[in-house]
Design a protein around this ligand. Structure first.
Ligand SMILES: [Zn+2]
Length: 440
C-alpha cells in the first residue's frame, strides 16, 4: 500500500525515539502535510512513498526536534548584561528593574532573536513565561516555531495588569486567541512561591483547570527560596504547593534543585512533571538537581535552558551535554543519567511536561518536527554511537536542518522563514537602546 507522502526525508542515520528507541541506518521519513506518516529504512519506505519532493540529507543524523521546556525567550535582550550573581540579587537588583522598562517591540525583538538561535540549533518547540507574552506568541508565529506561551502570574502589578483579575482576563484572552492554532498554545504559569501569593497560586491553578491548560511554575530552585518559604509559610516549597492542592498531573515544576527524597516521592505520586535546567542552576550557583533520583522514583522530567540571561545560550544540545555531565560530577558516579536518559528528557520528557504528546518522536502519527546534524563535522566523526554523539559531542552548531510541522525553517546555514539580515539590524537597535540607558 502506498504511503501518504508529499516530502520524503532521507538521512544516513535516523534516531527515532520511538517506543523501541530504534536507530535506523540509511533511513527514510515520509511526511504528509504536518504529520510523519512512515519511518523505516530507505529500502523499505522509498518504493512505497510516491513523494512530490525528496530531501536527501546524506551524511546527516535526523533527530526529533528538541523541545525546550522552560525559557524566557525575550531575556535574550539581557544576555551578558549581569553575570556572576546569586539568584535573588540577580533578579531583584538587575533583572526586575530593567524589565519594568520593557516595550512590546523589545519583547518581540528578544523573542525573534531567541527563535533564530533555537531554530539554528535544532529546537523546534519552546515553552515561555514572560511579560507581554502576546509578542512572544507573535514571534513564534512569524518564525514558524512551535510554542507554549504564558503571561507570568505574579502578585505585584506588572506593565500588563494591575490586579489579579486583569491578569487572569489577559491570560484567557491569549488562550482564546490561540485556541486551535497549529503551532502556538497557552499555559498558565505562576512565577514562584516567593513572588505569587497562595491565593493567586490557587486561583491560577483553577484557571488552568477551566482552560484545560498546563499549570507551571518555578519551584525549589534554590536553598534561599526554601529558607524564604519556610520563613513565610512554615513549609518548604513542595510542601507549600501540596498544602494548596497544586501538585497534579496538570502541574509542571521548573528546576526542583532543593528537593528531598520524600518530596521526590510525592511528585511521582501526584504525577507532577519537572523541567531540569542544569546550566541555569549552575550559572546561578543554585546547586544540583537530583534528576537521576527523580527518574528512578518515576517522576517525568523534561529539559529546558531557562532564559538566555542565566545560561547564556539556548542550545538544547549543549543543555543535554551539561545535564549528563553535571549529574555524574554531583553524584560522583559516571553511570548516572546516561545519554539515552538525557535525549529522552529533551524530546519525550519535555513534550510530556508541556502536555504535547504528539511531539518528541520520529514515528508515524507524530508531528513532523525534526532536526538534522551534519555528521561530516569534525567533532561528530567517527560515528560509533549516534545518541552519544548527539548528547556529548554536538553543540547545536552542527545543525543542518530544522523542520517544524513539516515546514523547513532552516537549511544549511540559511533561515527560510525569518529575515536574518533584518534581525541583525534590529539587534543593533537593541544594543543602542541599552547604551542610551533604556535598560540600565
Ligand atoms: Zn525560569
Amino acid at each position: 500500500m502506498d504511503i501518504a507522502c508529499d516530502l520524503l526525508v532521507l538521512a544516513d542515520v535516523v534516531v527515532t525515539q520511538d517506543d523501541e528507541r530504534r536507530v535506523i541506518h540509511d533511513g527514510a521519513v515520509a511526511i504528509h502535510g504536518d504529520t510523519i506518516t512512515a519511518v523505516g529504512t530507505r529500502a523499505e519506505i522509498e518504493p512505497l512513498a510516491n513523494a512530490d519532493r525528496v530531501l536527501d540529507l546524506g551524511a546527516a543524523m535526523l533527530l526529533p526536534g528538541l523541545v525546550n521546556a522552560h525559557s524566557h525567550v525575550a531575556m535574550s535582550l539581557f544576555r551578558g548584561l549581569a553575570d556572576d550573581l546569586p539568584l535573588m540579587e540577580w533578579l531583584s537588583d538587575h533583572i526586575w528593574p530593567v524589565e519594568k522598562r520593557l516595550t512590546p517591540r523589545m519583547v518581540h525583538l528578544g523573542a525573534l532573536l531567541a527563535c533564530a538561535e533555537m531554530i539554528a540549533s535544532g529546537t523546534t518547540c519552546f515553552s515561555d513565561m514572560y511579560l507581554l507574552e502576546h509578542e512572544v506568541a507573535a514571534a513564534a508565529e512569524a518564525t514558524g516555531m512551535r510554542a507554549v506561551v504564558a503571561e507570568g502570574v505574579i502578585t505585584t502589578p506588572t506593565m500588563t495588569y494591575a490586579t489579579p483579575e486583569e491578569g487572569y482576563a489577559l491570560i484567557e484572552r491569549l488562550h482564546r486567541r490561540y485556541d486551535g492554532h497549529p503551532l502556538v498554545s497557552t499555559a498558565v504559569m505562576a512565577h514562584a512561591v516567593y513572588t505569587t501569593s497562595p491565593t493567586m497560586l490557587k486561583d491560577s491553578f483553577a484557571l488552568a483547570g477551566r482552560l484545560d491548560a498546563p499549570f507551571m511554575l518555578h519551584a525549589a530552585e534554590s536553598a534561599e527560596e526554601t529558607r524564604q518559604c519556610v520563613e513565610a509559610f512554615g513549609m518548604r516549597p513542595i510542601a507549600h504547593l501540596e498544602s494548596l492542592g497544586l501538585l497534579s498531573p496538570r502541574t509542571t515544576l521548573f528546576h526542583c534543585v532543593d528537593v528531598t527524597m520524600d518530596e521526590i516521592a510525592l511528585l511521582a505520586e501526584r504525577g507532577t512533571a519537572v523541567v531540569h535546567c542544569p546550566e541555569s542552576n549552575m550559572k546561578l550557583g543554585n546547586g544540583f538537581a537530583p534528576v537521576q533520583k527523580m527518574l528512578d522514583a518515576g517522576v517525568r522530567v523534561g529539559l529546558g535552558t531557562d532564559g538566555a540571561a542565566s545560561n547564556n545560550d539556548l542550545s538544547m544540545f549543549r543543555e543535554m551535554g551539561s545535564a549528563a555531565r553535571i549529574q555524574k560530577a554531583y553524584r560522583g558516579d559516571p553511570s548516572v543519567l546516561n545519554e539515552k536518559s538525557v535525549l529522552d528528557m529533551a524530546t519525550i520528557g519535555s513534550a510530556h511536561a508541556l502536555r504535547l504528546p504528539g511531539l518528541g518522536r520520529i514515528a508515524a502519527g507524530f508531528r513532523a518536527d525534526m532536526c538534522a546534524l551534519d555528521m561530516s563535522c569534525p567533532n561528530l566523526m567517527p560515528l560509533h554511537d549516534p545518541v552519544s554523539q548527539a548528547v556529548y559531542a554536538a553543540t547545536g552548531g552542527e545543525v543542518r536542518l530544522t523542520m517544524v510541522n513539516g515546514r523547513v525553517l532552516y537549511m544549511d546555514g540559511r533561515f527560510l522563514a525569518l529575515d536574518h539580515e533584518a534581525l541583525v539590524e534590529e539587534a543593533r537597535d537593541v544594543a543602542a537602546w541599552v547604551a542610551e540607558g533604556g535598560i540600565c
